[in-house]
Design a protein around this ligand. Structure first.
Ligand SMILES: [Ca+2]
Length: 185
């Protein structure tokens, strides 16, 4: 009985979620020029390299007023590192978690740390494979896109922007859990 119930509950939940998202789905891949209204839920998707993912990310970093929390697997792109340092310098609280095994001489780790940005390496013996950024507790950037030259100019990648305090809160909670040292849970 329990098995058969489970078999139809999940499809119904997925259908309901899809309908809810469908009502608020925005079209167009280049509408990141202005801060969205409360009614907006999704901006994008952006497919890169053709939609210039690094420009989208930098545009949103430059809009941050209060906080930026970034969990990123691989981060070697200087232009995004510079944007985070500029945000830090203008008083935005910036925190970054990066995958320890991706630390190399091209990594932005030292650049950020030397500029005073709070940076931590993950404590997961497996990969901290997330690529998400939470801005002001209200906007989430996520997708396959790592902040690397390879991802920016050669790979096939996607990036999606989610707007809303509920969804941002869920990402923020996961970030805070990792920031406190809990990985893989
Ligand atoms: Ca790891």
């Amino acid at each position: 009985m329990a098995e058969s119930r489970r078999s139809w509950v999940l499809p119904i939940i997925l259908l309901a979620a899809g309908v809810a998202l469908g009502y608020s789905l925005r079209t167009g891949g280049s509408d990141h020029g202005s801060f969205p209204s409360i009614g907006d839920r999704i901006i994008g998707p952006f497919f890169c390299p053709e939609d210039r993912c690094s420009s989208v990310v930098i545009d949103w970093i430059e809009r941050a007023n209060e906080s930026i929390d970034l969990a990123i697997y691989s981060f070697t792109l200087d232009s995004i590192g510079d944007a985070l340092v500029r945000a830090h310098d203008r008083g935005v609280r910036v925190r970054v978690i990066m995958e320890r095994e991706q630390l190399n001489r091209w990594s932005e780790y030292s650049r950020l740390r030397d500029a005073g940005v709070k940076v931590k390496l993950d404590g997961n013996p497996a990969y901290m494979h997330n690529k998400f950024m939470v801005i002001d507790g209200r906007v989430v950037l996520t997708g396959s896109y790592n902040y690397t030259k390879q991802a920016d100019t050669r790979n096939d990648e996607n990036l999606l922007i989610l707007v809303g305090e509920d969804v941002a809160g869920a990402y923020e909670a996961e970030f805070n859990e990792m920031w406190s040292g809990v990985f893989g849970g």
